[in-house]
Design a protein around this ligand. Structure first.
Ligand code: UDP
Length: 368
């Protein structure tokens, strides 16, 4: 097998099945990478929780479904919490399969933000690579990533943005691969007269209450898409909002999500944490929707202030309100152009291929 055509095992997150929305942006990232890597001619085996479905047009990928108890997500644990592995844990089951399949593959690509796959890296014959999906939200994870970086495995780690990577004390410059989307699925909508929109998991780190405050200051409705991951938090946000102001749209499949979000005048993005990337920011831009975002984490690298939206000081609701009222100064076509230039599934897959193949080539060269 040549390096141009690799056999790759892609291992999904043990948080939820692909299509559940529980895995957040990781699900969409993984689906667009599957499509992109197939279009580059690679052979793929996807190891994923039972119930997962491959995106349309990806039947050439093999899927290996695994059942077990879902892993608790790191976002909602204390920074110094220990690693938990529930009995009959899905994480262990996924990795039993991945290690076996990885023995006859060129590489195994991990999408989960979990201790086990990182720890396994120097201990198994399978060639493991990790696309880190969050900043340093857990000390256990942070120190493992840093240990791998200091060992001769730095090159096996890749990040979505420089801001995300900066959460870790790395031994060398990070590999940053950005992200990518199947842009054919996102339709450009030229009309700039729509509502205010917000999208993401409904959870404290996403800061929905700030977008509500902006909508409230402007006396407008706010359309909200996403999984209500934290029901208690969602109820508090709703209680504190003017009655009927939040229009809950639920968690929609990409086709419908992009159709609805594309009709918005602006997407408000209000992260309270170091967002690793910010898929919804780019998905909105792919539909022509400009974004007003806090200049914090990934969105600060994705939005070009004055061209594709406005970046404002983190947590500054009045600055965000003022920027939102100037959104018609942004040309919606520039948003789509940015997405095409920097965030297509094809380019993303190419960056991932370059990353993995450069490490494999170097390894082969050092063996010969
Ligand atoms: N999403 C979706 N349907 C919805 C709302 C959101 O499929 O109704 C997806 C959206 O396309 C995005 C993901 O949820 O890819 C959220 O990812 P993001 O990187 O913005 O945040 P994360 O949840 O990973 O922190």
């Amino acid at each position: 097998m040549t390096l141009n055509q690799m056999k790759l095992v892609l291992v999904s997150t043990p948080i939820g099945y692909l299509g559940s929305g529980k895995g957040g942006g990781v699900e969409v990232t993984m689906c667009s990478l599957i499509k992109g890597l197939l279009s580059l001619g690679h052979q793929l085996i996807v190891v994923a929780p039972y119930g997962s479905v491959l995106p349309s047009g990806c039947s050439a990928a093999e899927i290996c479904l695994v059942s077990g108890v879902e892993q608790p997500s790191w976002q909602h644990q204390e920074r110094d919490a220990p690693m938990l592995i529930p009995p009959d844990g899905l994480l262990l089951k996924l990795w039993e399969q991945a290690i076996q399949l990885g023995k006859s593959a060129d590489a195994v690509l991990n999408f989960s933000y979990d201790w086990l796959p990182l720890w396994l890296t120097p201990h198994v014959t399978a060639d493991l690579f990790h696309l880190i999906s969050m900043g340093g939200v857990s000390n256990v994870m942070k120190s493992l990533v840093e240990d791998l970086s200091k060992s001769n495995n730095h090159g096996r780690l890749a990040f979505h943005t420089y801001c995300q990577a900066a959460d870790y004390c790395l031994s060398k410059e990070p590999v940053v691969v950005g992200n990518g989307f199947d842009l054919g699925k996102y339709e450009f909508q030229p009309s700039s007269g729509g509502a205010l929109g917000w999208a993401g998991r409904i959870a404290p780190e996403k800061g929905l209450e700030d977008a509500v405050a902006v909508a409230s200051a402007l006396g407008e409705r706010l359309l909200v898409w996403g999984v209500k991951e934290d029901l208690e938090y969602a109820a508090v946000v709703e209680e504190n909002a003017p009655a009927g102001m939040i229009d809950w749209r639920g968690f929609l499949p990409t086709d419908e999500f992009q159709r609805q979000i594309g009709a918005c005048r602006v997407l408000l993005n209000t992260p309270k944490w170091n967002e690793a990337y910010g898929n919804v920011v780019v998905e909105a831009m792919a539909c022509g929707v400009p974004v007003v975002a806090y200049d914090r984490g990934g969105p600060g690298e994705l939005v070009t202030s004055g061209l594709t939206g406005w970046l404002v000081a983190p947590d500054d609701i009045s600055e965000m309100t003022a920027a939102t009222s100037r959104i018609n100064e942004i040309d919606r076509r520039e948003c789509r152009v940015w997405a095409e230039k920097f965030a297509s599934a094809e380019e993303f897959a190419q960056r991932v291929e370059d990353w993995i193949s450069s490490i494999i080539k170097n390894k082969d060269a050092s063996i010969n």
